[in-house]
Ligand binder design. Structure first.
Ligand SMILES: Cc1cc2nc3c(=O)[nH]c(=O)nc-3n(C[C@H](O)[C@H](O)[C@H](O)COP(=O)(O)OP(=O)(O)OC[C@H]3O[C@@H](n4cnc5c(N)ncnc54)[C@H](O)[C@@H]3O)c2cc1C
Length: 434
């Protein structure tokens, strides 16, 4: 393992005081972020704009962290936030947009289509969201990270201990077989759903594991996807088709665990045939162009997002069903909110790790996340069964979405991130682009 403190800054940048102090095995920063995924790196870049000294720590090298094969539906709000961070120009040429969302109820003829004008014809918006692979996002954030002297990274490193004092937190790391101590006003856990820091802090969660898993893979159809995102609700679980660059599609196929395992075990020809039944033939022939991957899914909400000198963000704080593609967008909103709260506190000379400051973040995000977690849960349960009152309820819902414009607009604002408290940085990016 290597301590990778230099690779993250531009080659000609002068070494920071942080880097100089690293040689004494004692590193000091304002905020230490454990987890260099989308959420951790977004938070680091956002805090960097306020001049805070930030250190990210990841169990993987930065290259490994960037090479993950995840695909995300990215909301309009997340796009605006990335624009405010100055990374959107690097991301947008490498990702796809969708200009239409089509929802369908199993094999019933009923379909609902959303178009940008449903958000309000006067807004001049010509797309409804983006589909991004993990790599372009992480690489853009890494490049931004490298531009700022106040941001440093240790990767790969293992967190061995976290100790809280009245005035600071101390992280004990193992790096290349040696012990290193990082001292910070605040430690942020952005280390994913199985967050070691959340568990070590004894923060309990509410939630459940779903009876379903997701099988994900990419296909190359012979006809264009037309930049349409499809969500086909089926009794076993939703089947989502997201348009990627290069006229590829990412598929998220939700099935009960045993059926998902069985599908994973099929040979390529049988898998292709089974998948086609759900995909349909509107895009012509389909070539599967990636390995299949299997994910169990869960709903999880942490009872607390903050403790003195500790804050949780992203999947470390909450997880939701992938229906509706909300997961990473919630984490990006957490990062935006936490960065805003901490930057304001920093300017006011407050202690960043104090519970008074951190509670402002928890009050902002916890309830908003509950709403989305609840929505994705209801959506999955409503559509994943054939009990007749629920069938009637969803038919009524489809009717409302088709026929009543304010309901359509509300649903679309929800999906695109337009509801809830908007971070200042995304509002500023909006004004700038407008
Ligand atoms: C099948 C599926 C489909 C999905 N589709 C979508 C979608 O379309 N749209 C969407 O918005 N979301 C989607 N999600 C959710 C999305 O993947 C997650 O919400 C998102 O990846 C969370 O990001 P994160 O940065 O919080 O955590 P992670 O991506 O898990 O990153 C955590 C980071 O922490 C590091 N780490 C972990 N443990 C430690 C440790 N002990 N010490 C140091 N570092 C550590 C890891 O190496 C990693 O770099 C989907 C999820 C699934 C399962």
């Amino acid at each position: 393992m290597t301590v990778d403190l230099s690779a993250q800054r531009t080659r000609d940048a002068a070494p920071s005081s942080l880097e100089a102090r690293s040689s004494s095995l004692r590193l000091d920063c304002d905020v230490a972020i454990v987890g260099g995924g989308v959420v951790g790196m977004t938070l680091a870049c956002a805090l960097g704009q306020s001049g805070l000294r930030v250190m990210t720590i990841d169990a993987q090298t930065m290259q490994e962290a960037a090479n993950r094969q995840n695909v995300y539906a990215i909301s309009l709000l997340s796009g605006r936030f990335f624009a405010g961070l100055g990374v959107w120009d690097r991301i947008s040429p490498r990702i796809s947009t969708f200009t239409k969302i089509v929802l369908s109820d199993g094999d019933r003829a009923k379909r609902v289509a959303f178009q940008p004008m449903d958000l309000g014809a006067d807004l001049g918006i010509n797309h409804l969201g983006y589909v991004a692979e993990h790599q372009p996002i992480l690489e853009a954030l890494h490049a931004r990270f490298g531009d700022r002297e106040t941001l440093t990274s240790i990767a790969p490193a293992q967190v061995r201990d976290l100790t809280h004092y009245d005035d600071r937190a101390e992280l004990t790391l193992e790096v290349e077989g040696r012990t290193r101590i990082v001292t910070a006003q605040l430690v942020v856990a952005a280390d994913g759903a199985r967050s070691q820091l959340r568990q070590a802090a004894g923060i309990t969660q509410i939630g459940w594991k779903y009876w379903q898993s997701c099988v994900t893979f990419k296909v190359k159809p012979s006809r264009s996807h037309g930049n349409i995102a499809y969500e086909k609700f089926r009794t076993q679980g939703p089947f989502a088709i997201l348009p990627l660059t290069g006229d590829r599609c990412n598929v998220v196929w939700t099935l009960p665990h045993a059926e998902a395992q069985a599908v994973m075990a099929l040979d390529d020809a049988a898998f292709n045939a089974a998948m086609r039944e759900h995909f349909g033939d509107h895009m012509g022939d389909l070539d599967i162009i990636s390995p299949r991957r299997l994910f169990p899914v869960q709903l999880m909400q942490s009872q607390q997002y903050v403790r003195p000198r500790l804050a949780l963000a992203g999947d470390a704080a909450h997880c939701c069903h992938p229906v509706g593609g909300q997961g990473v967008n919630l984490g990006i909103r957490d990062a935006a909110a936490l960065a805003e709260v901490l930057s304001d506190a920093y300017r006011a000379g407050e202690d960043l790790g104090s519970i008074a400051v951190l509670k402002r973040y928890e009050r902002w995000r916890k309830l908003e996340n509950w709403v989305v977690l609840g929505f994705t849960d209801v959506l999955d349960r409503l559509f994943s069964n054939e009990i007749w009152p629920l069938v009637m309820a969803r038919q009524a819902g489809f009717w409302g979405l088709t026929a009543i414009a304010p309901i359509r607009r509300f649903a679309l604002q929800f999906m695109t991130g337009g509801l809830g408290r908007q971070p200042k940085i995304s509002i500023q990016a909006d004004r700038h682009s407008g």
